[in-house]
Ligand binder design. Structure first.
Ligand SMILES: NC(=O)c1ccc[n+]([C@@H]2O[C@H](COP(=O)([O-])OP(=O)(O)OC[C@H]3O[C@@H](n4cnc5c(N)ncnc54)[C@H](OP(=O)(O)O)[C@@H]3O)[C@@H](O)[C@H]2O)c1
Length: 327
């Protein structure tokens, strides 16, 4: 029997006010599906791109949200390895996480170890997986390398700094306020730069005695991209993995020839396409949480019904660390 739940629905793209709290149906789980009762829903910058229309990847009207933790409530036919009551987390590139309850393909669900609380999972599934992808797959960071990390006090930035330090890198971190620089330092950054007040290209040149960094992790996009390129050492790599300040403008590949540099634009979804890769990534990230390599961050919590406030906060540049919606 179909029942109902409450969810955030987008009918048309636009500002945070386009996130509407309403009642929606929840179908019974089909074969290979489970019904999840969410306990914590991760807010990601991706959600703001979907809401604004920058990404036209959610069919409207639709329920946004790509990550949540919760409890298995019902199980469809043919589902193995999950039981009613299991605590799980997931990433779903097809959306639907901004809801109290939902039907989910069971193949996406990852059971949570006892040492990882639901809100920590909702803070560090996408963000921790992204850090793992960036530091171990896109470029394998080795001890002694120097890395530049922008927006270092953000949801992805904090685990990225912590993990890069654990791997033995020297971390140069940028952030937009004194409070954020203190957070980046607390995560282990060796050098911090307020890139709203200082020229980060000049500071990186000074800090590396003109050598540049081995890798620049740039999620800020428009306002930092060309500067990040200028910060690279010979054969250094620019990893552009986001666009918090806006999309990167077209550029000439000949810019890369100055120091034989590379540019890559990875998406975490592509690194967990098959179940083996998903399980390996989950084991790595949840293992890092249990070992204390990734510490439970300070979480900003808001009721799910106030998702528009969460988006406003993230886009205003006032947030630090992860934001979690509570159903
Ligand atoms: N490619 C992937 O697979 C993947 C996966 C996850 C996340 N991401 C990307 O990673 C980035 C971080 O995501 P998040 O959810 O953790 O967000 P976040 O870093 O917590 O928030 C974004 C931060 O970007 C900085 N920023 C710089 N210019 C900005 C501007 N004009 N407007 C707003 N923010 C600006 C701000 O920090 P300062 O004040 O310190 O500048 C802001 O706090 C996003 O770009 C997201 O799309 C990519």
């Amino acid at each position: 029997m179909t029942d109902s739940t409450r969810a955030i629905v987008i009918h048309e793209t636009g500002g945070p006010e386009k996130l509407v709290w309403e009642s929606v149906p929840v179908a019974p789980p089909g074969p290979g599906e489970v019904v999840i009762r969410h306990t914590a829903i991760g807010v990601n910058f991706h959600d703001t791109y979907v809401r604004s229309g920058l990404y036209q990847t959610l069919r409207l009207p639709g329920i946004p949200g790509i990550e949540a933790a919760g409890i298995v409530e019902r199980i469809g036919d043919g589902v193995a390895g999950l039981a009613v009551g299991d605590r799980i987390t997931y990433i779903d590139a097809s959306y639907g996480a901004y809801a109290e309850r939902r039907v989910l393909p069971a193949r996406l669900a990852v059971r949570l170890p006892p040492g990882v609380a639901d809100d920590v999972a909702a803070s560090l599934t996408i963000k921790g997986f992204t850090a793992s992808m960036l530091l171990q797959s896109v470029h394998r960071v080795r001890a002694g390398e120097t890395v530049l990390i922008h927006a270092a006090a953000g949801g992805v930035g904090q685990p990225l700094v912590r993990w890069a330090k654990h791997l033995g890198a020297t971390v140069i971190a940028t952030a937009g306020s004194a409070e954020k620089l203190a957070i980046a330092r607390d995560c282990g950054a060796d050098h911090v730069i307020n890139y709203r007040e200082e020229n980060f290209v000049d500071r990186v040149a000074q800090l590396t005695a003109g050598r540049g960094v081995d890798v620049a992790y740039d999620s800020v996009g428009a306002s930092t991209f060309l500067g990040s390129l200028q910060c690279l050492a010979f054969q250094g790599l620019l990893v552009n993995f986001g666009q918090s300040s806006g999309p990167v403008a077209p550029f000439s590949p000949s810019l890369l020839a100055t120091r034989s540099n590379g540019v890559v634009r990875p998406m975490v979804f592509h690194y967990i396409r098959d179940r083996g890769a998903l399980d390996a990534m989950a084991a790595q990230v949840f293992g890092a949480i249990e070992k204390g390599i990734l510490r439970a961050p300070t979480i900003t919590r808001l009721p799910l019904a106030q998702a528009s406030e969460a988006h406003g906060l993230l886009e205003s540049r006032r947030s630090t660390g992860p934001i979690v919606l509570e159903p």
